[in-house]
Design a protein around this ligand. Structure first.
Ligand code: ARG
Ligand code: ZN
Length: 872
């Protein structure tokens, strides 16, 4: 049951307009849908109409006002087939279905979360509400009438603009919503319930007044002020940067507790996981604030890249997701600090996308086949997809990129488009030939970029070589267009402007365009040997293998005028040292020159604190495991990392103390802005080193006790729990944390994760016990992710225990979760994606645990797909 891109056929029937009447009751919902449709031009006049369904039961069916003869249709739970429809005339088909939102634990379609009715339709949830051609290339306008008990649901929301509303008999009321913009069914949404609201407004550049609202569960609207602020900044930014204005009279956001993903861009009615809306200094970390800002922006930006221009089919998912991630990254870069944002994105890409691209779940940015589309909302589609858009911007330059985007918006507004359509706009707007670039969408895997340099007689020769290994996806390995941003750094720390001698590779400004498997670039007339700063700003998603001396890397760590280049030099040096130590299973201290460079960076006053915090971060255990690549021993990884932390901590203790003292701004009220957050990030990174140097928990405990915001409290609690497990300070901090925040689900999630990630073998018993905690439930995706995901992806040492108990515990939980919520189970199962890179004993344990799970007869298609690919 594979769906293939090559099987794409345009729809046989087009829907012009949809009318819905949805009556919500305790225990059930009655749905009446009228589809105004006609056969597509050129379609076979004898072809039956086949509508998608998913666990539906049909109540009634009428064509143009008359019940249809039962011999003319077949209604199965997953399909409604109707024969003998008009050859060319328009018709109206009325479908009645009956749903049980309360028993919908998959959280797809219409469900109830804490009493609130809400929907999630992307990718294929609308077919759980009514029979419909549930595919993104069928676009229609919608008019939706909601009815519910006034007490249970004073607020009734759907897409578009509000129209009539009023009272009905029996304490019920109704509201009608009109969405004038044709949209695919996956953007349908409704929300109904008792909700509080935060209201504001925005006037667009052309003068449209937009009513903004963020809805929350009762009593929480005051936690939505930052989200509202981020929304208004997003609206202004999209006008400024891309000339895109909002197009309805209202924009509504709703925060929901039970949600499978981050958020959803339904037209005019974005529905969010409440984690990406609700914030308060006492409950949310700086990372939470940044996450809310990003996700609010992301969903808002979808209004143009996703909604007004949608995808022809789900293989084109990156058309909206990669592009929208690129846009939200640019927004954060503009609103915060560009280099810091870029480093964070690259760090995330390497942690999430690289392992996916190099393991059994590998797939191209535009996949060509799938069994379950929900399993393709991946780091490859989203984050690598964004990198491809970024490369386009690098290759075409700012003006060329903007011209291509303008053409895309003008040419495809109202369309369901493809990657080819998108690329053609850039080619047409700039005259560029993007045929080779297009390979990035089809060839899976992380290309390697090898760089060698030689210098003599004032001449620097740089040789570049690209290669791409065939991986699990089995896609092509042709040379691609790799834009390589670079700089030649002089001894004074300034870029040397050197003219390239004509060579095989084309150079434009500070970008080498590598379009062949191998190329050489020569720079002449150099007075000194420069340090070569390669792949600045991570201008392409490749693995760089630069044969460069440690001296040069250390020099770049100090001197590179490109902040990203400095960070990369340090992280390469650290990564290499830790990889080598983990492979050799030794605890040799770090090269003192590297330690010195880290300490210097921490103290470098003219650098933003946020950047300093990133520069001194010691790679995490899963990152080191990825660098080791094969036969990983997680115990050796853990010891290598601890040894590195100790050597930096001891050498830096005194300076770190001084820097940390200098950062404190006691008495100042909390502010979540980027520079305050950066100071906290650096201060807490230093507190970790200081605690490691002292080898005792007193300072962290004091920091925990005195914290006046969640960032500092969480950082101190993590140091206590992770570095001093079992100490009375750690126990007391965890208990206080639990007791203070037990009633706040988002903070309690942090507590579950904090405990599940303690890198101590005893944590296995802890997670067993936590899964019986009265507040633990698999029914809430955030809680399930906090414990199971926290453990399986955040605790290398214990998840990968040699006896396989970590694997078995996780697999058992996935089996239970799959019966309630296949999508979340499948997502969590990707924690096993790198199992083959561990040493033989663990490999066997992982294989056994996965095989036992895969042998269950009743697995969902979602989980089965992930397990089959992971084991294959
Ligand atoms: N379109 C949403 C977003 O990225 C995410 C939807 C995820 N859907 C899914 N089936 N996993 O903003
Ligand atoms: Zn998205």
């Amino acid at each position: 049951q594979k769906i293939r891109l090559s099987d794409y056929r345009p729809p046989a029937f087009l829907v012009r307009h949809v009318e819905m009447r949805i009556a919500l009751h305790d225990g059930h919902a009655a749905v009446e849908t009228t589809i105004h449709a006609r056969r597509a031009e050129g379609a076979d006049p004898a072809e039956p109409l086949v509508l998608d369904g998913d666990h539906l039961s049909l109540v009634a069916l009428a064509l143009d006002g008359t019940a249809i003869d039962p011999r003319r249709f077949d209604a199965a739970p997953d399909r409604l087939t109707i024969r003998d429809l008009p050859g060319s005339d328009a018709f109206a088909l009325r479908i009645e279905t009956r749903l049980e939102p309360e028993t919908n634990t998959e959280l797809m379609g219409l469900y109830r979360s804490n009493g609130i009715w809400c929907t999630q339709c992307e990718a294929e949830g609308f077919r759980r509400i009514t029979y419909f051609p549930d595919r993104p290339d069928v676009l229609a306008t919608y008019r939706v009438r909601l009815e519910a008990d006034h007490e249970a649901a004073p607020v009734l929301l759907s897409n578009g603009n509000p129209s009539e509303s009023g009272d009905l008999d029996g304490g019920r009321h109704f509201a009608v919503w009109d969405d004038p913009h044709p949209k695919p069914s996956y953007l349908f949404a409704l929300v109904a319930g008792r909700l509080d609201v935060l209201r504001d407004g925005f006037r667009t550049a052309s003068g449209r007044a937009v009513d903004l609202a963020v809805y929350t569960e009762p009593g929480l609207a005051d936690r939505a002020t930052y989200a509202m602020d981020a929304l208004k900044r997003s609206m202004a930014w999209d006008e400024r940067r891309f000339g895109r204005e909002y197009d309805l009279d209202v924009f509504n956001v709703v925060a929901i507790s039970d949600f499978n993903m981050g958020a959803m861009e339904n037209k005019g009615l974005n529905v969010f996981n409440h984690k990406y809306v609700l914030l308060a200094p006492d409950t949310a970390t700086d990372a939470d604030y940044a996450g809310v800002e990003t996700v609010i922006a992301h969903e808002y930006f979808h209004n143009w890249t996703g909604n007004r221009i949608t995808c022809r089919d789900w293989f084109q998912l990156c058309l909206k997701e990669g592009l929208t991630v690129y846009r939200d990254q640019e927004f954060s870069a503009d609103e915060r600090a560009r280099t810091v944002k870029r480093i964070a994105s690259v760090h995330g890409l390497k942690a999430q996308q690289f392992p996916e691209d190099q393991g059994p779940l590998q797939h191209p940015v535009r996949p060509t086949q799938y069994r379950e589309i929900n399993n393709f909302y991946t780091a490859t589609v989203y984050e690598k997809g964004a990198e491809l858009v970024r490369m386009l911007a690098t290759i075409l330059g700012e003006a060329g990129f903007r011209a291509g985007m303008d053409l895309y918006f003008a040419r495809h507004d109202g369309d369901a488009a493809t990657i080819e359509d998108f690329l053609r706009c850039f080619a047409d707007a700039t005259g560029a030939d993007l045929a080779q670039f297009a390979l990035w969408y089809d060839q899976a895997g992380t290309p390697e970029l090898e760089v060698q340099e030689s210098f003599g007689d004032g001449r620097l020769t740089v040789s570049l070589r690209q290669s791409l290994a065939k991986g699990a996806a089995g896609t092509g390995t042709e040379p691609m267009h790799i834009p390589v941003r670079f700089g030649l750094v002089g001894a004074d720390g300034a870029d040397i402007a050197a003219e390239p001698v004509a060579g095989a590779a084309e150079i434009e400004g500070d970008v080498i365009h590598l379009v062949t498997a191998e190329a050489e670039v020569v720079f002449d007339g150099l007075a000194e040997r420069p340090r070569l700063s390669m792949l600045r700003d991570f201008s392409a998603p490749v693995t760089l293998r630069h044969e460069q001396s440690r001296e040069d890397k250390l020099a770049l760590a100090r001197l590179d005028p490109n902040g990203f280049g400095r960070w990369r030099a340090l992280s390469d040096l650290l990564g290499e040292a830790l990889r080598a130590a983990a492979v050799a299973a030794d605890e040799a201290p770090l090269d003192p020159r590297l330690v010195e460079a880290l300490v210097e960076c921490a103290a470098e006053e003219r650098l933003e604190p946020a950047l300093r915090a990133q520069m001194i971060a010691i790679p995490g255990e899963s990152e080191i495991a990825r660098l080791v690549g094969a036969n990983v021993d997680p115990e050796a990884v853990h010891r290598a990392r601890e040894a590195a932390i100790r050597s930096v901590a001891r050498a830096g203790a005194e300076r770190f103390r001084a820097v940390r003292d200098g950062l404190s701004r006691s008495g100042e009220p909390f502010s979540p802005d980027a520079s305050s957050a950066g100071r906290r990030a650096l201060g807490n990174a230093l507190l970790m080193f200081l605690s490691a140097a002292a080898a005792e928990p007193a300072e962290a405990f004091a920091a925990f006790r005195d914290a006046d915001n969640m960032t500092d409290r969480m950082a101190a609690a993590t140091i206590l729990a992770h570095r001093f497990p079992g100490s009375s300070e750690a126990e007391e901090a965890l208990d206080r944390f639990h007791d203070a925040f037990e009633a706040d689900p988002l903070v309690l999630d942090k507590w579950f994760t904090l405990r599940a990630t303690v890198p101590d073998p005893a944590t296995l018993d802890v997670v067993r016990e936590l899964s019986r905690h009265p507040k633990f439930t698999l029914a809430n995706p955030n809680r399930a992710r906090a414990l199971i995901g926290g453990f399986a992806t955040g605790n290398q040492r214990v998840f990968h225990r040699a006896d396989g108990e970590g694997y078995r515990w996780t697999a058992d939980r996935l089996g239970e979760l799959d019966r309630l919520n296949p999508q979340t189970a499948a997502r969590l199962a990707t924690a096993f994606r790198s199992w083959r890179s561990y040493e033989a004993g663990r490999r066997e344990q992982a294989r056994a645990a996965l095989s036992t799970l895969a042998a269950r007869p009743d697995l969902s298609r979602d989980l089965r797909d992930i397990l089959d690919r992971t084991l294959s």
